[in-house]
Ligand binder design. Structure first.
Ligand SMILES: O=C(O)c1ccc[n+]([C@@H]2O[C@H](COP(=O)([O-])O)[C@@H](O)[C@H]2O)c1
Ligand SMILES: Cc1cc2nc[nH]c2cc1C
Length: 386
């Protein structure tokens, strides 16, 4: 059995008994039943993931920013030059990006995983040596702490001309995501966040979401980093052409690994693996924006139970993200019209997830605090409605 099959075989559904314990416990806490709304369901799901109530606090959190480039960039789907991917990797490693600020805010550790950056990272050659051929000496951005060198290819190929990845590249990217989840969990992370960086990756995200949901390209293709109406119309047609070329147009069904290889990105495949790897270890994942949403659809297609321990951190401004979350049955915790990626929306939601679980640990029950319960005959349905 290879790593992907072994990981999928290890994934189990949420534990129903632990979920019932969490629901019962929530009902005994000193608050009107149901008054913590969506957070109660988050706590119940994390109890189901851990198989115990209360589940461990989801901390410390670790963010892995999966970075990769995209051949479809050549089709003029984004106003940004491709080298911005590598430049932003250097910025993450120097601590200067929004993900660094938001991670510092919540005490999360940031790692950057190069799974497919096309431009070489500052100061290093493709194999990670210094330009003069010596081993990395700590002077280039490529040597900074927090960089995981897992480059599978120098970006994907143009999905409108052929498959974005070979089958082997797609599998290696999924395996890389599993390995990174394992490494971060082994280092003590109690909650995982997948961020992304990749100029043009909202085009690949739209193609994946259309393929997995069957929705038409115009419903799931957004403006990414910011494009005018004409470029947006062109982007929709590029997504349509890629789906048609690979036989992925609405209603044709989508085999997960083949779909990832045809129209996905190396970071999408790695994030799908990261979700699978975390699920096998029963570690919760807070999902970020449209790239994570597209990757989560692939993970769910590979193993539906993999999504049991995933929380949708936020809803991004990309229309495809809302479509992906609907298809996954996930309700986003935060909706601030963010459209940045990097893991930023998930990091903002992290304290909500942690707070949801902390309630199960720390809040007194009516019995223990001597607080009277409500009187009256209405059947308790947990909704908080009388
Ligand atoms: O997270 C999101 O929902 C999101 C929405 C729009 C843009 N992004 C980020 O912007 C980049 C891709 O945008 P684009 O327009 O080049 O496809 C990539 O680095 C993503 O992390 C991210
Ligand atoms: C500057 C910049 C920062 C980003 N972070 C994630 N995607 C990004 C895209 C751009 C263009």
């Amino acid at each position: 059995m290879d790593l992907i099959d072994e990981t999928i075989a290890a994934i189990r559904p949420l534990d129903g008994a632990a979920m019932r314990d969490a629901r019962d416990h929530q009902a005994r806490l000193t608050k009107p039943p149901g008054s913590l709304g969506v957070l109660e369901e988050v706590s119940v799901r994390l109890a189901g993931l851990a198989g115990q109530c209360p589940p461990p606090l989801p901390e410390p959190a670790a963010v892995a920013v999966f970075a990769a480039d995209h051949g479809v960039h050549a089709q003029g789907v984004t106003p940004w030059p491709q080298e911005v991917t590598a430049q932003m990797v250097a910025n993450f490693l120097a601590g200067g990006a929004v993900v660094n600020a938001f991670a510092a805010q919540v005490g999360a550790r940031v790692s950057v995983v190069d799974v497919g950056v096309a431009t070489e990272l500052d100061g290093t050659e493709p194999d990670g040596t210094e330009p003069d051929g010596t081993e990395p000496d700590g002077t280039g951005a490529g040597d900074a702490p927090g960089l995981l060198r897992r480059k599978i290819a120098a970006g994907t190929a143009d999905m409108t001309a052929g498959p974005a990845m070979t089958a082997g590249e797609a599998r290696r990217a999924v395996e890389t995501g599993i390995e990174v989840a394992r490494e971060l969990a082994a280092d003590g992370a109690g909650c995982l966040i997948a961020g992304d960086m990749g100029i043009a990756n909202t085009t690949a995200s739209a193609a994946l979401i259309a393929a997995f949901t069957g929705l038409p390209p115009e419903d799931v293709t957004g403006r990414g980093t910011g494009i005018d109406d004409a470029t947006h119309a062109h982007k929709v047609e590029i997504v349509r052409a890629a789906l048609a070329r690979h036989g992925l147009a609405a209603g044709h069904g989508a085999a997960p690994m083949e779909t990832l290889a045809a129209v996905g990105g190396l970071e999408h495949a790695a994030i799908a693996g990261f979700v699978l790897g975390a699920a096998a270890l029963r570690v919760p994942v807070v999902l970020d924006g449209v790239i994570a949403g597209a990757a989560a659809l692939a993970a769910a297609a590979l193993c539906p139970d993999a999504l049991g321990g995933c929380v949708a951190g936020h809803r991004s401004a990309e229309p495809g993200h809302a479509a992906a979350l609907r298809a996954l049955g996930l309700r986003p915790l935060v909706d601030l019209e963010l459209r940045l990626g990097e893991g930023t929306g998930a990091l903002l939601a992290l304290p909500l997830v942690q707070g949801a679980v902390r309630v199960l640990h720390e809040v007194a029950t009516f019995d223990s605090a001597g607080v009277s319960e409500k009187s009256g005959g209405a059947e308790e349905d947990g909704s908080g409605r009388p």
